[in-house]
Write a new protein. Structure first.
Length: 251
């Protein structure tokens, strides 16, 4: 069986490779890819593997972008530190969802699902089995505890218009135009937010759907967004993020 590993953490990739060989010596890891860009290029230029092991949060973007850009015919087993993307994973050729650090027994179980799927002769059997796989329900933050002067305040997530990075520090601004400091990095904040309400438009900013006032076409197929409260600089969404943004808006 030929597999590829999409993982930007070299130690995690090598550990997974060793576990796969330990479980089944017939598994051949064709390549280890570290980014969305490299993965799209490889999958475009090579024959499809039998199975893909794919981390979700890569250095340049989420791996879901790979499967939105190109059509793949093989199943995917997703690996991640977080469980917030389980639902989306099973909508993207996903047959299993493993949390890091990967447990050997859980990996065996995931491979067993793959072996069962490949024994099915009809596509409808594959689709039906994927639907029957149990999906964990994601839990998202409903409020944030922040420091304000000498006090602690609780801010409901629905009152937050957007999160942003300023001078390497993360803040959020409420719809009442109040500004608060956030201790966690923006990547970690993103994982805790409900993706139906919040969207990461670039490396510097996450916006609430309700904060959007207008969206304009901009240069080179990019988009310009106006939000409330007003932001200090122009908000431009560039390709390929525009495609993901439009899909999010059209849910």
């Amino acid at each position: 069986m030929n597999v590829i590993i999409i993982e930007d953490e070299s130690q995690a990739a090598l550990r997974l490779k060793k576990l796969l060989f330990k479980i089944d010596a017939n598994i051949n890891v064709l390549t280890i890819l570290e980014s969305v860009v490299d993965s799209i290029k490889w999958l475009t230029e090579n024959l499809s593997p039998d199975l893909i092991f794919s981390d979700i949060q890569l250095a340049d973007d989420k791996s879901f972008l790979i499967y939105e850009q190109i059509k793949i015919s093989c199943p995917v087993i997703f690996t991640t530190m977080f469980d917030n993307f389980a639902i989306k994973a099973f909508k993207t050729n996903g047959i299993d969802y493993l949390l890091k650090p990967i447990d050997e027994e859980e990996l065996k179980s995931a491979l067993q699902k793959y072996y069962l799927l490949t024994q099915k002769e009809e596509k409808n059997d594959l689709i039906q089995l994927i639907k029957q796989l149990k999906s964990p329900k994601p839990e998202y933050k409903s409020r944030f505890l922040v420091k304000y002067k000498q006090q602690l305040k609780v801010i409901p997530a629905y009152e937050i218009a957007y999160f942003y990075i300023d001078m390497q520090t993360v803040f959020f601004r409420t719809f009442n135009n109040e500004k608060y400091f956030v201790e966690n990095p923006l990547n970690e904040v993103e994982e805790t937010l409900n993706p139906y309400d919040f969207f990461r438009i670039n490396r510097q900013m996450i916006i609430n759907l309700k904060s959007i006032i207008t969206i304009h076409d901009y240069f080179n197929d990019s988009l310009k967004i106006e939000i409330r409260p007003p932001f200090s600089s122009e908000i431009i969404v560039k390709r390929p993020k525009t495609t993901e943004l439009k899909s999010w808006l059209d849910r």
